[in-house]
Write a new protein. Structure first.
Length: 291
């Protein structure tokens, strides 16, 4: 069966809810996006590919409801369909605001936007016509993240970062830096997970004995659990990213009280890391049939 982008879905973490809100999907060359991946690795993961033989990646965001708070984690790719020659693929998106309406919410209802990092596929709905889409919200990012992208100039990596005019300019004076351990809402705290980008952060959501970890791009696809050396082509510090991924996946492994959430996975954006046949594997909540 061909890979399908993750659907809108909600899990409960005690009295906090986390919903995945689809924005779209990407179809890319696995070999181009993950240069260290081998044909043997990809042949062991046919469930990650579409009928055209391309690797399927979901594009979307997460909505956290905690108390009266409504937090969006990342802002998808935006309302556009574009070719992505660097990965021999295409990105197709534009559903985020519809997904939000299906949750009974409008942009003005969001009080916090948290960026795990500022890659182009995580900031697409930051602004429309140079005005912040979520104008009532405070905007947060990890320490050093905004400054890194502001400093790149014409560096090749700038092509996969936030648009200086369409994203960074509207955010000027409206985005605050947060440090490791910062509590941004009841039950929601920041954990620094650098490597993918310098200021990359994840979120820990806790309520009673239950936890969830919203990973950002610590992990992109389950094949990286099979081989941790398989890094994305656009990592800022690939070696640090590998260390961060190994650490976080080790913490998640076999923890029955912690759900992991990742916006690029297919089938379900939620799952758990388990140990099987001497290696880590990803088990989606869709296959488990329960949260």
């Amino acid at each position: 069966m061909s890979a399908q982008a993750s659907p809108r879905e909600t899990v409960s973490v005690g009295d906090i809810s986390i919903s995945y809100l689809p924005d779209g999907e990407a179809s890319v060359s696995a070999a181009a996006l993950f240069p260290a991946g081998t044909p043997e690795l990809w042949s062991a993961h046919p469930e990650l590919f579409g009928a055209d033989g391309k690797l399927v990646l979901s594009l979307g965001t997460f909505l956290i409801r905690t108390g009266d708070g409504k937090i969006l984690v990342d802002l998808g790719f935006g309302d556009r369909t574009v070719a992505f020659p660097a990965a021999d693929g295409e990105f197709r998106s534009g559903r985020l605001l519809t997904s939000l309406r299906e949750e009974g919410l409008a942009p003005e209802d969001i009080d916090t936007v948290f960026f795990t990092h500022l890659h182009i596929d995580h900031v697409g709905w930051t602004a429309r016509n140079d005005v912040l889409t979520f104008g009532n919200a405070r905007h947060l990012a990890g320490e050093g993240e905004v400054e890194y992208w502001q400093s790149l100039g014409d560096h090749p990596l700038a092509a996969v970062g936030p648009d200086p005019h369409g994203v960074l300019a509207p955010l000027e004076g409206r985005v605050d830096a947060v440090a490791d351990g910062t509590v941004i809402a009841p039950g929601v705290s920041v954990v620094a997970t650098p490597g993918h980008t310098p200021g990359h952060c994840s979120l820990v959501v806790s309520s009673g004995p239950d936890r969830a970890l919203i990973l950002g791009d610590v992990l992109h696809c389950p094949a990286q659990l099979t081989d941790n050396e398989v890094a994305l082509a656009f990592e800022v510090d690939a070696e640090l990213g590998k260390k961060t991924r190994a650490r976080i996946m080790g913490e998640l492994e076999g923890d029955p009280n912690t759900v992991a959430a990742q916006c690029h996975l297919t089938g379900s954006a939620f799952g758990r890391v388990v140990r099987g046949r001497s290696r880590r594997t990803w088990t989606s909540l869709a296959s488990q049939g329960a949260s």
